[in-house]
Design a binder for this molecule. Structure first.
Ligand code: ADP
Ligand code: MG
Length: 390
């Protein structure tokens, strides 16, 4: 599938600019296996890059102007590198401008370039097409002009570009896009950026995402409330256990012992956080031991926590996970991402994928009148150069 994407992008580049591209860069989307809503609560996340990518074809054009073509939406724009970069009203161009601005603000002098790009990452479904766009663009510019930029700085500059566009995201998406490795998940401490790889061998199970095709508008307000509730809870924990500095130091028993000192809602949120932090470690162990059934159970447990304690699910996602629990071919399922819509991530017995998809799509359509979409994903490599001589 990616071969065709690369061929098309290259062909399009030649038609537009009359030359072979000098560089081809591939930049992936990401999934998160487990570790939801704990990046800002001092926990770990367990993301991986996927085999769905944005492909960029690039050349220097020996001027001070850059021309960018987005094949998928048949749109193009041009900008002048000698003028100050400003936000545009055309959203997609801001991700490119944001990246260029971050590079300039960090002391890199850029020359003009031509670029076309095309993608097979579903846009706006929580697979982080935006991080793939930022990190791929930075990588492309780095390769084209031979800039020295460390991997970690590609991720950080990508994150800053997204902030500039107006989305106050954490680092997980850009980090996963840059550091992804085939068949590895990344256990990442979002605070310190320390990380370790774990083998991602799912044995007889395939990863399939179910896209609920809904987005409830509660997300931003509820996200801010959750952050406040967790801060309140942490303060109470610290007051009772002065040795505890963050959620990761607190055991479930310690929390239970001070349950009556907390508002019921705050307790539920914090209980979810502490359990989820320990589930990420258990998930790594399960992967290390090849115990995929246990991993699957942990995904179900995370969903229960997100739905009942953290309360960031919705009826469509709850229905998908409840139906998955009853299906013998599915050993794990949970909402992935911030919640209130987007995708569920599922571990499905290999060979049973089509049967499961047929069942789920007709049921979902019957109940909600909405089409369910499916994405088969494999774990792939991080942002990299495609070898043009191959
Ligand atoms: P997600 O990152 O979950 O896919 P976002 O809303 O964060 O969703 O980012 C999606 C935005 O990124 C799109 O609205 C668009 O501006 C930009 N984008 C992503 N992929 C492409 C693409 N192939 N062509 C043009 N713009 C894209
Ligand atoms: Mg995004």
């Amino acid at each position: 599938m990616n071969d065709i994407l690369i061929q098309n992008t290259t062909r399009f580049f030649k038609e537009k600019f009359g030359n072979e591209p000098q560089k081809i860069v591939l930049s992936p989307g990401r999934i998160n296996i487990i570790g939801e809503h704990i990046d800002y609560n001092d926990g770990y996340v367990l993301p991986a890059a996927i085999d769905k990518i944005i492909c960029f074809a690039l050349e220097k054009n020996h001027s001070k102007k850059s021309k960018i073509y987005a094949i998928d939406i048949n749109d193009e724009f041009e900008f002048d590198l000698t003028k100050e970069i400003q936000l545009s009203h055309i959203v997609w161009t801001n991700y490119i401008l944001g990246v260029v601005k971050q590079l300039q603000d960090n002391g890199f002098t850029l020359e003009g370039f031509n670029c076309v790009f095309s993608s097979n990452i579903p846009v706006g479904s929580g697979l982080s097409s935006s991080a793939a766009l930022e990190c791929g663009m930075i990588y492309g510019i780095k390769e084209l002009f031979d800039l020295t930029i460390k991997k970690v700085d590609i991720a950080l500059l990508g994150q800053k570009a997204e902030h500039w566009v107006g989305i106050n995201c954490g680092i997980m998406d850009q980090f996963s896009s840059v550091y992804g490795l085939q068949n590895k998940v990344i256990k990442l401490d979002c605070k310190t950026l320390e990380f370790e790889y774990h083998e991602a061998n799912f044995n007889d199970y395939a990863l399939v995402l179910f896209d609920s095709n809904v987005k409830h508008s509660l997300f931003t307000s509820e996200y801010n409330t959750r952050r406040e509730e967790c801060e309140k809870g942490l303060l109470i924990i610290k007051n009772n256990f002065p040795a505890i500095k963050s959620f990761r130091d607190c055991t479930e028993n310690q929390l239970l012992s001070i349950r009556d000192k907390m508002d019921k809602t705050v307790f539920k949120r914090v209980h979810y956080v502490i359990k989820e932090i320990s589930r990420v470690s258990q998930a790594c162990e399960a992967l290390d031991n090849g115990n995929i059934e246990l991993l699957g159970q942990l995904l179900f447990d995370t969903h229960d926590g997100l739905s009942n304690e953290y309360e960031v699910s919705c009826e469509e996602l709850d229905m998908l996970v409840a139906t998955a629990k009853e299906n013998d071919a599915i050993i794990g399922s949970r909402l992935m991402g911030g919640g209130f819509g987007g995708c569920t991530i599922n571990l499905i017995k290999k060979g049973k994928e089509n049967e499961v998809k047929n069942k789920f799509s007709s049921l979902y359509l019957d109940i909600f009148g909405i089409e369910l979409k499916f994405y088969d994903v494999k774990i792939g490599n991080g942002t990299s150069l495609f070898n043009l001589d191959k």
